[in-house]
Design a protein around this ligand. Structure first.
Ligand code: WAQ
Ligand code: MG
Length: 256
C-alpha cells in the first residue's frame, strides 16, 4: 500500500498473508492510510500479487533497547556499536552524518538505502538517488503476537516494520550491519543492527523536527552487490519466530 496527499508520500506498508486473509488485510491497510500522523491520504494505491516462490522462514533479530541513552552522546553510541563488528569510528560517523544531511546526491532523502563497504566507507548502490529497497517480508501471525506481547506499551507500527525489515536485511549474505534513522520529523527513535548481536533501539537518534533520515546497509569487501540487491528486492521472507526484547544499559548491551 502506498498513500499520498497532494502528491506527497505519507505512508506505505506491505504484507505477506494467506489468500483467505487478503480482504481483511486490505481493509486494515486502507484504514491505516487514512489515519497516518502525516495527514489523511487523498490517493491510495494497493497492489496485490501472488507469491510464486515459497517464502524463506527465518527468526527475527533479537531486539535490545538502550535504557540509559542520556548518559552518552549519540556519536559514542553509534561508533561503539559499529566497532563491535569491525567498522571504525570515522566510517560509522561519516555515514551517520550523511543520513542526516540528505543522502541523495540532490540533498534529499532517498526512497531506499545506501550500501556501504564496511572497510572503506565507499558507497556501492548503483542508484544513489533511489537506493536499494528491501521488500517481500512480513511477520507470521504468531511471531507478531509474540512481538506485541514482548514489547507491550513500547509497541509502534514503525518499530514492528523496522524489525521485520532489518531481520531480512541482516539475514542476507555479505551484510554485517545496518543503520536507520526515520525521515519523519517527529520520529526520533532509530536503530543499529549488528550481525551476531541484533537490533539495538536508540532513542533520540536525531533532533526533533529534523526532516532527514535514511538507511545504510554495510557489506563486507568483495560482496556480490547484485546478489545482495536481488535478495533484498525479490526474495520473499517470513519472520516466523520473535527472538526476544531486552531493555538494558548501554554497557550491558555492548558486552553481549
Ligand atoms: N528498504 C530500504 N530502505 C528503506 C525502506 C525499504 N523498504 N523504507 C524506507 N527506507 C529508507 C528511506 O531512505 C527512508 O528515508 C528511511 O529508510 C527511513 O524510512 O525501533 O520509520 O519509513 O521504533 O522513515 C525506525 C524504528 C523507524 C525505530 C524507521 O523509517 C524503532 C522509519 P522511515
Ligand atoms: Mg518515513
Amino acid at each position: 500500500m502506498r498513500a499520498s496527499s497532494q502528491g506527497i508520500h505519507i505512508s506505505g506498508a506491505e504484507r505477506i498473508v494467506p489468500v483467505s486473509q487478503v480482504n481483511q488485510v486490505v481493509n486494515s491497510l486502507v484504514e491505516r492510510a487514512f489515519s497516518h500522523s502525516r495527514g489523511s491520504a487523498d490517493s491510495i494505491s494497493i497492489k496485490l500479487e501472488e507469491i510464486k516462490e515459497k517464502p524463506e522462514n527465518i527468526p527475527s533479530l533479537r531486539v535490545f533497547e538502550i535504557s540509559d541513552r542520556k548518559k552518552y552522546s549519540i556519536e559514542d553510541i553509534v561508533s561503539k556499536l559499529f566497532l563491535k563488528v569491525g567498522i571504525d569510528r570515522d566510517t560509522s560517523l561519516k555515514v551517520y552524518r550523511t543520513l542526516l544531511s540528505g543522502p541523495s546526491p540532490d540533498g534529499n532523502v532517498m526512497r531506499g538505502a545506501m550500501i556501504v563497504e564496511m572497510e572503506t566507507g565507499k558507497r556501492l548502490e548503483p542508484d544513489s538517488f533511489r537506493g536499494v529497497r528491501a521488500t517481500y517480508m512480513d511477520f507470521t501471525e504468531s511471531a507478531l503476537r509474540s512481538f506485541k506481547e514482548a514489547t507491550g506499551k513500547n509497541f509502534t507500527e514503525n518499530f514492528k516494520e523496522a524489525v521485520v525489515l532489518s531481520s531480512k536485511v541482516l539475514n542476507c549474505k555479505g551484510i554485517v550491519a545496518e543503520m536507520c534513522i526515520s525521515d519523519d520529523p517527529n520520529y526520533t527513535t532509530g536503530y543499529v543492527s549488528l550481525k551476531g548481536l541484533g537490533y539495538v533501539r536508540i532513542h533520540k537518534m536525531k533532533a526533533k523536527g529534523c526532516p532527514f533520515g535514511g538507511r545504510a546497509f554495510f557489506v563486507e569487501k568483495e560482496t556480490d552487490v547484485k546478489k545482495v540487491i536481488n535478495y533484498l528486492e525479490r526474495k520473499p521472507v517470513l519472520i516466523d519466530r520473535f527472538s526476544g526484547y531486552t531493555l538494558a544499559s548501554f554497557m550491558e548491551i555492548l558486552s553481549f
